[in-house]
Design a binder for this molecule. Structure first.
Ligand SMILES: [Zn+2]
Ligand SMILES: [Zn+2]
Length: 136
């Protein structure tokens, strides 16, 4: 089942040809800064299921805790962060969940970097949680 999403101004639009998964709610400091909110929402999607419909992203690259690089694609007009990828041909892309037209069901999210969670953020009872990165 296809889902679509895009940036705040609508210039960047994409289609997901599968539901992807898992969905992560990440409470790390990088995700807080990136989202300018209290956690980041990341949906893992096979790249073959990802189709850019319109717009041309700009890419900013940063280092990660594990010593790798992360490519962060955003809209040059409105600045929304739309997806992340390890490199331009990586097998998966990480969709920033809030940009999907229909935001994924948060009840299904796996919470990671819970050790960095803000005290005032409540995690649903029974949710899968990891203090840091999930095990591979
Ligand atoms: Zn935009
Ligand atoms: Zn994070």
């Amino acid at each position: 089942m296809a889902m679509e999403g895009g940036c705040q101004c609508g210039a960047l639009r994409y289609r997901c040809h599968s539901r992807g998964g898992p969905l992560y709610a990440c409470h790390c400091r990088e995700c807080r800064k990136q989202s300018a909110s209290v956690f980041g929402l990341s949906l893992i999607l096979p790249r073959k299921d990802f189709e850019l419909l319109s717009g041309r992203p700009q890419v900013w690259t940063r280092g990660t805790n594990s010593g790798n690089r992360l490519r962060c694609a955003f809209c040059p007009t409105c600045g929304s962060r739309v997806w992340h990828e390890a490199h331009a041909q990586s097998e998966t892309v990480t969709i920033k969940g809030g940009c999907l037209d229909e935001v994924p069901n948060l009840a299904e999210a796996i919470h990671i970097w819970v050790s960095r969670k803000l005290d005032s953020v409540a995690i649903p009872e029974g949710a899968t949680c990891y203090p840091e990165e999930p095990p591979n």
